[in-house]
Design a protein around this ligand. Structure first.
Ligand SMILES: [Zn+2]
Length: 395
């Protein structure tokens, strides 16, 4: 692993935009289809991966809903969540706020309790096993009508003390946030946090509506807000968190080349951007890959990476005390600190860790201070001489 990769995977981070059904890897799809005796229209893992060539959001959603149909039991949802958290741990994740789509499951006959109880069990187990905290966000499918979202909110009532917020996902175009004004108002009155996908494929007006009609606490994606200068200034001024998903944007042709991704521009404009994976099994990478490939493509600096990681906590729905605790991990990089302990490379790369440092101008050094906690273990690092060679040119 290069210093560059170790730095990114090692820095503690939260993931704020993750659809748990979108973490269903093809291998799991086959496992669950066998377990539940459900037919799927694919004969091999390779065939599934071959089908993941999308030209827009709707192409993807058609396959996504097909995949989710193999999930039938609480155990399936629990196992799905645990598989995701194991990957998050390897990427330096310490907190996640995960979306699920109840209507995807209730509309095919599953009781509401199956998905929610299974996911909550997986989240609890992940905290015990990996030390990762998490929150659950219930999304309404915007291609359905408002009555369906009201039924979903009603069905969720016994679990509302364990659900942090509501979101809005699925086909964006033609389904503006205003279509769901009343159900979001009801959710707000119940004390739930509010987020909505806006400005992914939809126009800047949808971002305006999410702000002014839904009164969101967070915007999911928000890329197209950049087409509206006044809106961009407003988002920066209000410190509105954007949960940006670069590899998703590439896979769904929101950008045609990752080099054209607006992440760097967002940060330079003072927008509170974060980096997430969206539907990682379908889009070619989990959160660490999103950071790394975006950093390479648009030239993110260490300071940019630290800012993204810091934003992921300040933009989370954690309480102030938890945010303060995580903030200790997000200091600006200092010049060289520690590294060469033990055989085979820095202690920093072997144990997890509070991030405390970075590089001098001539030499790249990752400095990560072990915390003594058990959470996670970044992948092993190589000898320091090899690590220096792997430094990307803009670092
Ligand atoms: Zn999404």
């Amino acid at each position: 692993m290069s210093v560059f990769e170790a730095f990114i995977r090692g820095i503690p981070k939260a993931e704020l935009h993750l659809h748990i059904e979108g973490s269903l890897e093809p291998e799991q799809m086959f496992e669950f289809s066998r377990r539940n005796k459900v037919d799927i229209p694919f004969r091999s893992v390779e065939e599934v991966r071959g089908a993941y060539a999308f030209s827009n959001l709707q192409d993807f959603l058609d396959i996504y809903y097909q995949g989710a149909a193999v999930l039938h039991t609480e155990e399936d949802f629990r196992d799905l969540a645990l598989a995701y958290f194991a990957r998050l741990k390897a990427d330096g994740g310490v907190h996640a706020e995960i979306f699920f789509d109840p209507e995807t499951h209730t509309n095919r006959g599953l009781p509401f309790s199956i998905a929610v109880d299974g996911l909550l069990a997986g989240m609890k187990e992940a905290e015990t096993r990996y030390g990762i905290t998490s929150k659950l966000i219930m999304c309404f499918l915007r291609h359905l009508d408002e009555a369906s979202s009201f039924r979903t909110l009603q069905a969720a009532e016994p679990w509302l003390h364990r659900i942090a917020g509501v979101g809005l996902d699925s086909s964006e175009k033609g389904h503006p946030p205003s279509k769901f004004a009343r159900v979001f108002q009801a959710a707000r009155e119940l004390g739930l946090k509010i987020c909505a996908h806006a400005g992914e494929e939809g126009p800047p007006d949808y971002v305006h509506e999410a702000l002014d009609i839904l009164h969101v606490d967070r915007i999911d994606h928000g890329n197209r807000a950049l087409e509206d200068d006044a809106l961009t200034r407003r988002l920066a001024k209000e410190g509105m968190t954007l949960t940006v998903c670069p590899l998703s944007n590439l896979k769904l042709c929101v950008v045609m080349d990752l080099k054209d991704h607006p992440m760097k521009r967002m940060l330079n404009l003072g927008l509170k951007a974060t980096c997430s994976s969206d539907d990682p099994a379908y889009f070619g990478g989990y959160v660490g890959d999103n950071y790394i490939r975006t950093a390479e493509a648009v030239g993110l600096t260490r300071e940019d990476i630290v800012t993204l990681a810091k934003n992921s906590f300040t933009g989370s729905f954690l309480d102030a005390a938890s945010k303060a605790k995580h903030d200790r991990c997000d200091r600006r990089p200092r010049r060289r600190e520690l590294t060469n302990e033990g055989a085979g490379g820095p202690t920093a790369l072997k144990s997890r860790t509070n991030f405390i440092g970075a590089a001098s101008s001539g030499e790249t050094v990752v400095a990560i201070r072990p915390t003594g906690t058990s959470a996670g273990a970044p992948r092993s690092g190589g000898p320091r001489s090899q690590m220096k060679q792997a430094k990307p040119s803009h670092w």
